[in-house]
Write a protein that binds this ligand. Sequence first.
Ligand SMILES: [Fe+2]
Ligand SMILES: [Fe+2]
Length: 214
Amino acid sequence: MRTHADTKGFIMAKTPSERDAIDVLMEDHKRVQRLFKDFDRVERDDAEAVRDLVKTACVELQIHSMLEEELFYPAVRAQVEDDDERNQDLLNEAEVEHESVEELIAKLQDLQADDPMYYAYFSVLAEYVKHHIKEEEKELFPEVKKMKALDLQQLAGDMRARREELFAEIEEAGESEGENELTPARASPDPLSEAEPEEGEDEQEQSDISRTRH
Ligand SMILES: [Fe+2]
Ligand SMILES: [Fe+2]
């Protein structure tokens, strides 16, 4: 894959059209992990800040999960032979982990941010997701990169288009539903998104979900 380098030799970021499906998913992972770090630093007594952060992370996760379940996993599964137990297992486990995450998100939607269990549910959700991300990045994605018949550029384009649709759907649902529903971050900005990026982190990867709209 082509990358840009400036005159000082720094590698420049890929443009949206150069990112493949795995790049897109890994960018999502980074954003969510940054939100988890924000959550570690948030003032627990500030129910509004906690709720905003949780909402932002849950919307990120919902959209990311849908992109994987509707597009990425099926495309990968189509490349996996029936007797390829290892890759079948990786995909099956990924889908089970998504189910657990969805259940925790549903629980959070039912709770008020000042509920004593709210913090606990999100903490467990974060642990699940971190584990899941690690498995995808360390085990599944390297296998996917070996699948030469899989057009990861085309898949990235399909995922970007679907993301736009999902944003519109969730935004619309947020406008017609109550205050406790999860709404896109553009309507409810991450309160810590202006925080200084940690050392070594790319400022462009601030935890602002609006930047996921390519
Ligand atoms: Fe996943
Ligand atoms: Fe993922």
